[in-house]
Ligand binder design. Sequence first.
Ligand code: PGA
Length: 253
Amino acid sequence: MRKKIVAGNWKMNKTLSEAKALVAEVMGMISSEVKANTQVVLCVPFPYLVPIKNQLGNSSVITGAQNCSEHDWGAYTGEVSALMLKSMEVPYVILGHSERRQYFGEDGTLLATKVNKALAAERTPIFCCGEALEIREAGTHEKLVKQQVEEALFYLSADDLKKVVIAYEPVWAIGTGKTATAQQAQEMHAVIRKQLASKYGEAVANEISILYGGSVNAKNAAELFACPDVDGGLVGGASLKSREFVDVVKAMK
Ligand code: PGA
């Protein structure tokens, strides 16, 4: 059975003390609520990974980074490599978030390299794809998302693909309060899974967790997570509030 995952994407938010306070609150509320088959991941800013990992201790909540370099080591000022994440025992890394694509010019070729680096360092990439509003309005969203998936992932072997988590995040739904309907989410998740099946076979496609992201909150999470091809969420704004985030986690059945 594929894994159910709720990952909080904190983006560039919180001071260290605020971050610790948020984690303490989440920990206080979540323990009895984390289902055996739901992995809860906190994707926090790089400098907070180690302190928060220490704070989480042996709990079932684990850490993720929000990006990694396409290089292993060297003169790349300001960068953090997948091997560094490995050395810090940070298991997950978000790659190809639309904000990275938009503000930092990340494209399919670069993301293929980053995915490869993450897998080589035995980290789990949460690979993001999703269309902007004008693409959705033009009706070419399926084509665009399939292209994003193909460019960044289709060079992988089936065994490696199985180690990747995909997050479908329509850009028009990120941070806008405008969520895709459950039907829109399910449609796109099914498109992605079918695409994976056509290249890797159905058995492999059925093992890949596909998360939905874009204004997931405590009110809409249950309906989204109930869709057969939605295996969890990548949660931005709602992950910055302890009660809201825990309620999103609880919405996973
Ligand atoms: P949001 O962000 O939940 O605030 O829309 C999601 C994301 O960017 O991953």
